[in-house]
Design a binder for this molecule. Structure first.
Ligand code: ADP
Ligand code: MG
Length: 272
């Protein structure tokens, strides 16, 4: 996959982090990852020598200006793209050892994706959209339906199950996309500017759903260039020119997401 060769040093570092057993193993362990796009005779260094560990149960916002390498990073984290250099273990699996088929399998089992533009199948009901990943995974029809209904309920859209994408608001469509991302019960949710097309209210609804999913123990990694959105995360990483220039923690990995129940807190303050 990559031209780089694993070394005992790099492999040892990750194994050492995981010696306490499965629960301690980071969901993401990247070492010296670079991505270079060759465009004609120019090279674009979209990601430069990034090393990053993300713990299971964390809620991470990756920030940065347009062109700073956020989407490239997410595509590598999500195994949608392969780095030019470096090592990447996803949930302890060295993804460089996997072929296309195995990569697709890991992707569908471990990761739920949410994109800025929802990417729902048009002329297909919300329920059928959410069932689709389970159909690909070969889940039996009846179980498929039950799990899709539960996922749609989890995002508060029971009333809209049989609606088509063009019969729903942007916020509702994005919540369907979140239901589709969680229906396979992935270890990690990866969202690239999930609120980029939404108004403030719809964006906060979506962020509150991510917070609730994280509180249940799911790892959430989201990309945004908005500080208001990053404020929902427990850890904030800032990229510039393909490098991490800032990385700070707002809340403990095992703690509550910072903005969960923020609305309730505000009401309480106003009432007192
Ligand atoms: P962001 O998501 O932060 O806006 P990207 O990861 O999309 O940034 O892009 C980082 C850099 O890599 C930019 O300079 C962009 O133009 C370049 N880039 C991204 N994708 C490609 C590609 N497929 N081919 C060539 N250059 C690319
Ligand atoms: Mg982007």
């Amino acid at each position: 996959m990559s031209s780089a060769t694993p070394t005992a040093k790099a492999g040892g570092a990750v194994r050492a982090a995981g010696t306490d057993g499965r629960a301690q193993r980071p969901i993401v362990a990247m070492r010296h990852i670079s991505k270079i796009y060759a465009t004609g005779d120019a090279e674009v260094h979209a990601v430069r020598d990034v090393s990053l560990t993300i713990e299971r149960g964390d809620f991470v916002a990756i920030m940065g200006a347009s062109g700073s390498g956020k989407s490239t990073m997410m595509n590598i984290v999500g195994c949608l793209d392969i780095p030019t250099q470096g090592w990447y273990w996803l949930d302890g699996v060295d993804v460089r050892l996997l072929d296309e088929v195995a990569l697709a399998e890991v992707r569908s089992r471990k990761i739920g994706f949410v994109f800025q533009s929802y990417n729902l199948i048009p002329r297909t009901t919300a329920l059928a959209n959410v069932e689709l990943p389970l159909a690909y995974a070969g889940v039996h029809r009846q179980e498929r339906r039950q799990r899709a209904i539960a996922a749609i309920e989890a995002v508060g859209l029971s009333e809209r199950m049989s609606h088509l994408p063009n019969e729903m608001s942007g916020g509702q469509q994005q919540r369907v996309a979140v239901a589709r991302a969680i229906v396979t019960n992935p270890a990690m949710i990866l969202a690239d500017e999930p609120t980029g097309n939404l108004d403030t209210t719809a964006a906060e609804d979506v962020m509150r759903i991510f917070s609730a999913l994280n509180e249940e123990g799911r790892t959430v990694v989201l990309i945004t260039h908005e500080a208001d959105i990053a404020a929902f995360a427990k850890r904030v990483i800032r990229l510039r020119d393909g490098q991490i220039i800032e990385d700070y923690r707002v809340a403990a990995v095992a703690g509550r997401p910072p903005r969960l129940g923020a609305e309730h807190t505000i009401r309480t303050v106003e009432a007192s």
